[in-house]
Structures are given as C-alpha cells and as structure tokens.
Design a protein around this ligand. Structure first.
Ligand SMILES: Nc1ncnc2c1ncn2[C@@H]1O[C@H](COP(=O)(O)OP(=O)(O)OP(=O)(O)O)[C@@H](O)[C@H]1O
Ligand SMILES: C[C@H](N)[C@H](N)CCCCCC(=O)O
Ligand SMILES: [Mg+2]
Length: 211
C-alpha cells in the first residue's frame, strides 16, 4: 500500500486540490500543501478541509504561506522570504498522506529549484492530474516525459473534466501510462458529490497499489 502520494498536474487551476481532497477522503489519510501562494481567497488546505470529510487534524499546516497568488519563487521574494528544499521535507505518518504541489511540475520554489526537482529527491509515487479539453495531449505528454526523464515513479493520470475518450486513450497510449480514472466537473461541488464521484470514477486498488 503506497502511504505517500504526490498529486501534481499539467497546470495551475486544473483541479489538483479538488482531486486531492477526494483522494485523501477515499484513503482516510492526511493532506499537505507544502507551499501555498495566494491567501486572499480560500486556500487549498481550506478547500480540502471543506471537501475531504476528514477528521480534524488531518490537513497539515503548510511549510510556506505566501501572500501573492503567483509562482511560489516570486511570491516568496515579494514576502521577503526564501523557500529552501529542506523546508519541504515531507512528514512521516502512519497513514496515507496526499501531498499537493503548486501549479505544474516546472514551477520554481526559488531561483534554482523547481517542484520537479523536489519530487525527484523525494522519489514518492506521483499522480498527474490532467484536463480532458483540447490542448491537454501536449501538456500531459510533456509532463510525463519530464517525470520519466528523472525516474520519478508515475502511478497514472487522473483526468479532470468531461469525458473525451479519444484524448484520454491517446494520452495513455503515447504516454504508456495508466488512466486511474476521471473526475467530472461537479455541480454542485460538495463533500457528498465529490465522494460519490471519486468512488464512481477511480479504482483505489490502482492508486494505492503505487507505481
Ligand atoms: N471536479 C471539479 N468540479 C467542480 N469544480 C472544480 C473541480 N475541479 C476543480 N474545480 C474548481 O476549479 C478551480 C480550480 O481548481 P483547483 O483549486 O483544484 O486547481 P489546482 O490545480 O489545485 O490549482 P493550484 O495550482 O492553484 O493548486 C476551483 O475553483 C475549484 O473549485
Ligand atoms: C497562485 C496559483 N493558485 C498557484 N498556487 C501557483 C501557480 C504557479 C504557476 C506558475 C506558472 O506556471 O506560471
Ligand atoms: Mg491546488
């Protein structure tokens, strides 16, 4: 059973947090967003508190909370702080832990280090979230290539959005990667609709089985 899973994505704003909330709920685990940039609106951790249906204490505090909703490296500079890789040592816990990056793989945490460099150090299995809309084939295959070039274990793709069967098939075939499932855009998005959609859309054995 994989106890620590990194959730990353092909871009910012594609649904990593909602998927992470659903996954953490399904695994009855913990959630950690090491670096949160943007504090004026609901943070990722607050969204997971609202959506995951976990007991209190399961959403761990961020290592960095940065004011501006920008790339972490820039948001940190504006706040006059520096994010170091050592700040992002993941906690060792007895139960599953879902760790969410920020934006996509190449997003920098400072002027020398990107999230993908952290993931390569961690060597934890990764789930890559991807849209299903036009444009996702390129973004997803590029992300897969970047993970493979660094031997970062990739459990598979979590598609987010309406079904586009040929796009999903094209990505899994060219990427030689498992499709873990698909999370549609939920209206309304609630703890209940998310839990139902995760049970319907994903095979936990494929996910928890690891890379
Ligand atoms: N499956 C979904 N159903 C309904 N709304 C969704 C879904 N996935 C994402 N959203 C909405 O889309 C917006 C962006 O989603 P989310 O915050 O999960 O993106 P993200 O990839 O985590 O972004 P970031 O890179 O900032 O962490 C949010 O308002 C979220 O509520
Ligand atoms: C602010 C946003 N919600 C994320 N937390 C950070 C996204 C960084 C994206 C950087 C980029 O790819 O240009
Ligand atoms: Mg997020």
């Amino acid at each position: 059973m994989t106890t620590r899973i990194v959730v990353t994505g092909t871009d910012t704003g594609i649904g990593k947090t909602v998927f992470s909330a659903g996954l953490a709920g399904l695994l009855d685990g913990f959630y950690w967003k090491p670096v949160q940039s943007g504090l004026d609106e609901e943070t990722d951790s607050e969204a997971v508190e609202r959506l995951a249906g976990l007991p209190s204490g399961r959403v761990l505090p961020e290592a960095h909370r940065l004011k501006s909703p920008l790339s972490p490296h820039r948001s940190a500079e504006i706040d006059g702080v520096s994010i170091e890789a050592a700040d992002l040592a993941f906690p060792v816990l007895p139960t599953p832990l879902v760790i969410e990056g920020a934006g996509g793989l190449m997003v920098p945490i400072n002027r020398q280090t990107r999230f993908i460099d952290i993931f390569a150090e961690w060597r934890l299995p990764v789930i890559l979230c991807a849209r299903t809309e036009l444009g996702t084939i390129n973004h997803t295959l590029l992300s897969i290539e970047a993970l493979r070039a660094r031997s970062i274990p990739l459990i598979g793709i979590a598609f987010i959005g309406e079904e586009v069967a040929d796009t999903q098939r094209t990505i899994t075939e060219f990427g030689a990667v498992r499709q873990l499932g698909r999370l549609p855009h939920l209206v309304p998005l609630t703890r209940e609709t998310l839990r139902k959609a995760m049970f319907a859309g994903f095979d936990l054995a494929k996910i928890a089985g690891g890379d």
